[in-house]
Ligand binder design. Structure first.
Ligand SMILES: [Zn+2]
Length: 76
C-alpha cells in the first residue's frame, strides 16, 4: 500500500489518536494504523475505525481520565 498523500511506503504501526466525543477531548492509545515512512500520514483501516466507535461506547466510562485546564485569553 502506498501513501495517498505522497506515494511513500506505508508501514504497520500503532498510533495515538486524539479525538473528541460529546465535545470532550479524548485520547486512544495503541491504535493499529499504517503510517507513511516519508510524510508521517496515518491511515486507519475501516474495521479499525468501526471498532473505535464501539470501544468509545464501551470503555469511556471506565477509562482513566485526566483533566485538561482550559485558560481563556485575557485582554489586558
Ligand atoms: Zn506520505
Amino acid at each position: 500500500m502506498k501513501c495517498y498523500e505522497c506515494g511513500g511506503e506505508m508501514v504497520e504501526a500503532v498510533t495515538t489518536l486524539h479525538m473528541e466525543k460529546d465535545g470532550r477531548p479524548l485520547i486512544i492509545e495503541d491504535v493499529p494504523a499504517k503510517v507513511c515512512k516519508q510524510c508521517g500520514e496515518e491511515y486507519i483501516a475501516g474495521p479499525v475505525a468501526e471498532k473505535i466507535g464501539k470501544i468509545l461506547d464501551e470503555e469511556l466510562t471506565q477509562a482513566k481520565h485526566i483533566s485538561v485546564p482550559i485558560i481563556k485569553w485575557k485582554v489586558a
